[in-house]
Design a binder for this molecule. Structure first.
Ligand SMILES: [Zn+2]
Length: 441
């Protein structure tokens, strides 16, 4: 099975407790991240710059003997804190034969002639790219020996002649790393010849160059200019040891996101962003779509999903397990469950929990919260109108209102100490007002 530089999202879905239903879309035809003629020209530029920098004494002074040990070359941008955000879509192809593939672990998670590690961002890659949610960082310290920017970054298919945005770093031992497909205009403002330290920002993930979706292509050469596969394994014939400080397992299974939504997400034609339809605040009786977005889901992995009420009691609306039949590894996959909140759903913070039993890591635990009513805050002071529909105000101190409750609206006030209805307050016929004094949970 060949995967493209950026394999099409493979999904399986669960409606209620029913059988998983694969969505259309599967492995697509192999496409190069960097065609050989373009690679040759990029590497020539890198080599020329490197030599120039050496001549002026900028690099290769007291050359280090040891190759660097890499940290993971992507991380979430500040403000983003999802459980996970990437999946490895392709490793280096270790088999020199044409039309034959072999990855470092003797599997086939690569495509013919692939010379790097592809790290895609997931789920909803185009949304993540648009928001700049994942940034590329230097896997090791070194000196910038080339950079490319200003190129179109929303490629969806292989197209000849397109150049990527990216950067090349030379490490102190003379080895080099290429980071490619960056988002246009995001490559570090540092110049060729400037030093970067490990973990330093280099750019944002994009889909520039030969790419069918947002991902990082990370390609490494040793001090002799020979290709390196940073992953050590039985079938790595390029180098003996791992170049990672901490090498990830071959199947780095996990859940990247748990989402509560008003409806199932909608995907559109590449490169349009998805409508995620995520929602955190619900009313009693509302439909909730619970979804779990995996990376590297294996057949033997099992998910248990549960929902807990604000008082910690398990909710009967979701308490189920799922493991797939068949024999597959999905780079990314999704399961969803559609449920209705009870009409008498308890107001406050609810918990959506997933226990994911993986063959790689054992049991991993994930939780995310959602609210029936509004999340608690210290105080509310209403002088304008309230929102319409179902609204629940929960405060850790007091709620003061002189505002009307719109007709046809149901509103709860719930504060730990006082709820004050000042002169001017009205709750006309057709509106419903509940007042409690309990505070936040
Ligand atoms: Zn690649």
């Amino acid at each position: 099975m060949k995967l493209s530089c950026f394999p099409i999202l493979i999904l399986f879905l669960l409606y209620g407790n029913l059988v998983g239903q694969p969505l259309p879309g599967g492995p697509s035809e192999a496409k190069p991240c960097l065609p050989d003629h373009i690679r040759a020209s990029l590497l020539q530029e890198v080599s020329n710059n490197s030599d120039s920098l050496a001549r002026i004494g900028k690099i290769r002074n007291g050359k280090a003997r040891m190759a660097p040990l890499f940290i993971w070359p992507v991380e979430q941008s500040p403000g983003y804190n999802y459980h996970g955000y990437y999946a490895i879509s392709n490793y280096v192809d270790q088999d020199p034969a044409e039309d034959a593939t072999l990855d470092y672990n003797c599997g086939s998670r690569t495509y013919d002639g692939h010379k790097g590690t592809d790290i895609r961002i997931s789920p909803f890659p185009w949304n993540k790219m648009a928001n700049g949610e994942v940034r590329i960082i230097a896997a090791a310290s070194g000196t910038i020996v080339n950079k490319w920017d200003g190129n179109f970054d929303q490629n969806c298919e292989w197209a000849g002649g397109l150049s990527w945005n990216g950067i090349a770093i030379e490490h102190s031992d003379g080895s080099k790393a290429l980071y490619g497909h960056m988002k246009n205009g995001t490559v570090t403002s540092k110049d060729i010849g400037d030093d970067v330290s490990a973990g330093e920002y280099l750019g944002l993930v994009g889909s520039s160059g030969y790419s069918t979706g947002p991902h990082l292509h990370f390609e490494v050469y040793d001090d002799e200019g020979d290709l390196v596969d940073p992953f050590a394994g039985t079938c790595n014939s390029l180098n003996n040891s791992s170049w990672w400080q901490s090498q990830l397992p071959y199947y780095d299974s996990g859940i990247n996101r748990l989402i509560t939504g008003s409806a199932q997400w909608e995907n559109f034609d590449c490169p349009d962003q998805s409508d995620i339809n995520s929602k955190l605040i619900f009313c009693p009786g509302d439909q909730i779509v619970f979804s779990a977005h995996y990376r590297h889901d294996l057949t033997d992995n099992t998910i248990h999903v549960r929902v807990y009420e604000p008082d910690g009691d398990p909710s009967p609306i979701l308490n189920t397990s799922y493991s797939r039949e068949g024999d597959y590894h999905y780079t990314t996959a999704t399961a969803l469950w559609t449920r209705d909140l009870p009409e008498d759903a308890e107001a406050g913070m609810w918990t959506f929990e997933a226990e994911y039993e993986t063959t790689t890591y054992g049991t991993l635990n994930y939780i995310t919260n959602f609210w029936v009513g509004l999340p608690c805050q210290p105080n509310y002071n209403f002088v304008g109108t309230h929102g319409s529909g179902c609204t629940y105000y929960l405060a850790s101190n007091q709620i003061t209102s002189s505002a009307n409750v719109p007709v046809g609206t149901e509103i709860w006030y719930d504060a730990s100490s006082r709820v004050i209805l000042q002169p001017g307050f009205s709750s006309p016929p057709g509106s419903v007002l509940h007042v409690k004094s309990e505070g936040c949970n």
